[in-house]
Design a protein around this ligand. Structure first.
Ligand code: ADP
Ligand code: ADP
Ligand code: ZN
Length: 217
């Protein structure tokens, strides 16, 4: 299955992708994670991306499409993937259609995780991640069972993203409404857009996604 999880920053795309990939044997492809890896590597692309990401703006289509098209060649994706955070512009969506069509493929579904803006600042400013295994947490909504210890790997080191602050969140929301929301009609016209309610508990959101996926295959 080839899926896109679409929604504003903080909607729960990463949280849900990590839950769904295990059950459905898919691979989560997060362009945010790929860009942060490029920054950590100190590459030229990483340097360019860092400036843009710190301001809450979108990295250029050229850079992001380049990174994704390379990753899509990898053999571990044979059973399918979940794109998390890509595409974010109509230009990226068209580039993806072409990459897939060139190998005789197409998307199975675009799952819109619908969350009103008023929820998102709290979601993002409370977000943190296990520094060892990448499991996501939230100060209020998703705390580890034992305070300060990762449920999944037992690590006691956690990180917060530099761009998860209230000022940058507002810029990121502006970018979402201006550049990414136009993807909703784009995929609706193709008949593959499925919208679910992202304002309920994490488990319930997963349940809705499962229902959509069971309806596909
Ligand atoms: P995205 O990948 O869309 O930016 P995340 O999956 O990182 O969003 O979620 C943002 C934050 O909100 C995380 O800290 C996560 O634990 C929390 N979160 C995700 N889904 C929900 C939900 N349904 N209810 C409450 N908090 C949530
Ligand atoms: P979130 O889901 O919380 O917005 P991501 O990790 O997906 O966070 O993205 C973090 C930042 O990385 C974005 O604000 C943007 O600057 C950059 N980025 C990620 N994916 C893309 C993309 N497909 N196109 C352009 N910029 C991107
Ligand atoms: Zn961990």
């Amino acid at each position: 299955m080839k899926l896109i999880f679409l929604g504003p920053p903080g909607a729960g795309k990463g949280t849900q992708a990590k839950r769904i990939e295990q059950v459905h044997n898919l691979v989560q492809l997060s362009t945010g994670d790929m860009l942060r890896a490029a920054i950590a590597s100190g590459s030229e692309v990483g340097k360019q991306a860092k400036k843009v990401m710190d301001g809450g703006n979108l990295v250029s289509d050229e850079i992001v499409v380049g990174i994704v098209s390379e990753r899509l060649k990898d053999k571990d994706l044979a059973n399918g993937f979940i794109l998390d955070g890509f595409p974010r512009t109509v230009g990226q969506a068209k580039a993806l259609d072409k990459i897939l069509a060139d190998s005789g493929d197409a998307l199975d579904a675009v799952i819109q995780i619908n969350v009103d803006d008023e929820f998102l600042v709290e979601r993002i400013t409370g977000r943190y991640t296990c520094a060892n295994c990448g499991k996501g947490y939230h100060d209020t909504f998703e705390r580890p069972k034992e305070e300060g210890v990762c449920d999944r790997c037992g690590s006691t080191a956690f990180t917060r993203r530099a761009d998860d602050n209230p000022e940058t969140v507002r810029e990121r929301l502006n970018a979402y409404h201006a550049e990414t929301a136009p993807l909703l009609p784009y995929y609706a016209e193709k008949g593959i857009l499925k919208t679910i309610d992202g304002m309920v508990e994490i488990e319930q959101v997963t349940g809705q996604i499962d229902e959509v996926l069971n309806g596909i295959k």
